[in-house]
Ligand binder design. Sequence first.
Ligand code: ZN
Ligand code: CO
Length: 337
Amino acid sequence: MALDIKLLEKLTSAFGPSGREVAVADLVSQELKTMKLKTKRDVHGSTRVTLGNSGKKIILAAHLDEIGLISTYIDKDGFIKASPVGFVYKEGLFGNRVQFENGTWGVISSEKTHPKPEIEMHKFFIDIGAKDRKEAEKLLPIGTFGVFARDLVKAANGRVISKALDDRIGVYVLLKVIKELASVDLKDTVNFVFTVQEEFSGLGAATSAFGIAPHIAIAVDVTDSDDTRENKYLNMRLDSGPAIKIMDASLISHPKLKEHFISIAKKNKIPYQLEVLPYGGTDAGTMSLVKKGIPSIGISIPTRYIHTPSEMISSTDVENTIKLLVAAVKGKIGGAL
Ligand code: ZN
Ligand code: CO
């Protein structure tokens, strides 16, 4: 099963910073429609489809949104100041292109380019080509959302570079898992939830988990791959399979779920790795805090250069993540606790 580059390209190129995920949600609904599945969408845009109707209630979540920017100020010369939406590495901003929700484009520069500017957000500006404030105000009202536009490209060894692999690769994985399970008789009620605003507040994960009140919640997202430095600190690397999350800064995965996923990987001879991420968090952390506390875990795709406009993943990791999740759901995941 090779990577469906066409689908992944559609997903990553879609515009969808936190709070503006409609285009990505529409793609998900369209794709599921081709499988004769109807999605439900809530008032904020979180989109879901449910397979099976017995046993325990499960959530499998991936987030629709990507990191981005929002315009905060226009100076007299028509240059735009902006604030990050979600966590953005300021070191990487210089020279990047910004695509705004209303179709305006710009390039990021900073007040002083030499000597190197201090890395503070207010020193960066976006040049949209406007000649003055008046023109810029028309082209880009305050509070316009933008994303870091970058095309998807194929690199060596089945690796892929693109913006927004966090978490469109998770969205891709869920779509492929759904496709494989759509005609299978499931022993659990599995809610596939495509959430909004993971990079901002976790809104979609919190409200979906509250509404569904599942017995188990799983988030499929990316994790940092620490395989480019000489001095390594973390265990995750490309090509070593899905990372079974033990802990990040938002979640300690339920130990029984951790053991369950390890045993499924072993039984099905799927390569896997163990994830401890001292920073960051996912929808799994958010969902774990809802109601009486929902046993949760993250299944992660190791990703290099995370939260930059050029993230890198390995297609074999993606394939093995799909295999692991399909095996887990087929095997009555509700029995894990
Ligand atoms: Zn993410
Ligand atoms: Co992220």
